[in-house]
Structures are given as C-alpha cells and as structure tokens.
Design a protein around this ligand. Structure first.
Ligand SMILES: [Ca+2]
Length: 150
C-alpha cells in the first residue's frame, strides 16, 4: 500500500515538474522583445526577425559593429522597417537587401531614428545594421494594413 502511494506521489511530482517547465517556456516565448544574438556579424549568421516584432540589440565597435537580420514575406506587403537608437552616441545605418544581394534601400539614425517604408514581393530579405560607435537599438518590422478595397 505504501509503495503504491509513493508511486502515485512521484507521478504527481513529475507532472508538476512538466507543467512548470511548459509554463516557463510559454512565458519566455511571450517576452516582448527578443535580444539579438552574437552570431549575427555575417549574412549567413543573420537572426530571424518576425514581421510585427521588435528586436533589441547592442553594438560595440570595433569588436561588434555589424548585426544581420532576415525576414520572410509570404505575400506582397507594405512594410515599415524602423530603427531607433536607444542609447549611445553613434549613428546606426540600416541597409535592406534581397536574397540575391541586391540593395533595395538604406537609412540611418542621424536624427535618432530612421525608417524605410516599402512594398515588397514575397521572398527572403536581409537587414544589415552597422554602427560607428557603441549603441543600443530597437529594430521593428511592421506590416501596414491593406488599404480598404474600393
Ligand atoms: Ca553583431
């Protein structure tokens, strides 16, 4: 009888541990802004940014003066790519390119922030951020709602 009780008890504990892990995983996934990784110094190591998401990152030239991101567009959309310098003195530059490497736009944060608004075909796009001095930034990829049909 005692053995049966302890088996039940350990099962109960195991399910508590699983529930706790699942719950902490969910709350982590719901964090408001992801933090850029440091394997992002090259195009091949680009971090994925979801459309509608913001990512906070830091730059510390000369050791870290480039951050790469990519996003995937499933349908033709008008996007606004926003770059805000939050801390630091430097100017950040954002360059957008197609998967082929072709440049399609760039802007800098010499006024504190900068944005690009473009209508893009479905595909893979790359964002390269460069900094001339230490800075913290917030990068946002927002999708413009479709205009009402006439
Ligand atoms: Ca970097």
């Amino acid at each position: 009888m005692d053995t049966l009780k302890s088996v039940r008890l350990s099962r109960w504990w195991a399910s508590c541990v699983v529930a706790c892990l699942v719950w902490s995983g969910i709350s982590y996934a719901a964090a408001p802004a992801a933090v850029a990784s440091e394997t992002d110094d090259t195009r091949l190591g680009a971090d994925r940014i979801e459309i509608g998401a913001s990512v906070r990152g830091t730059m510390a030239p000369p050791t870290d003066s480039v951050d790469w991101f990519y996003f995937e567009l499933e349908e033709e959309s008008t996007l606004k790519l926003g770059l805000d310098r939050r801390e630091g003195e430097g100017t950040l530059r954002m360059n957008l390119s197609k998967a082929t490497g072709e440049d399609i736009g760039d802007v800098d944060t010499s006024g504190g922030s900068g944005s690009l608004e473009l209508t893009l075909a479905p595909g893979l796009y790359y964002i390269e951020l460069t900094a001339d001095a230490a800075a913290t930034y917030m990068l946002t990829v927002a999708k413009r709602k479709k205009p009402p049909s006439r």
